[in-house]
Design a binder for this molecule. Sequence first.
Ligand code: SF4
Ligand code: SF4
Length: 136
Amino acid sequence: MQVSRRIVLHFPASLTGQPIVYRLARDYGLEFNIIKASVSPEEEGLMVLEVRGDEQGVEAGMKYLSEKGVMIEPFSQRVVLREERCIHCGLCVGLCPVGAFRMEPDTYYIRFEEERCLACGLCIKACPPRAMEVGL
Ligand code: SF4
Ligand code: SF4
């Protein structure tokens, strides 16, 4: 049976220079489409990927990624800021791998630029008052 999955891959710094995703096609016969990526050498990398192939191939490919040390999470379509909960602590600014938060220089308020967001979920876990959440 053919299946398709959207996933978020977290690469540790030690793996960001390696052709790991390419092997999904070569060794497991999977097709993949990179939806968004933030990968730079010597830093942690993030990639949102759509993977298609037969069910066994997809399972084997995911097992291969896990064994290589890549963390896999399901892709949340959208992450939103519940502004009424935000206390503008700034914690998310340094944490977001794609710079989707910025601090207004005059007010020190934190603004969320959703169009930059990879939906990796890091800020959801870290935000103290739970102002970031998966949107509908
Ligand atoms: S971590 Fe949460 S509360 Fe703090 S600025 Fe970011 S969204 Fe607002
Ligand atoms: S989910 Fe949060 S940390 Fe991840 S890219 Fe989007 S705004 Fe940045």
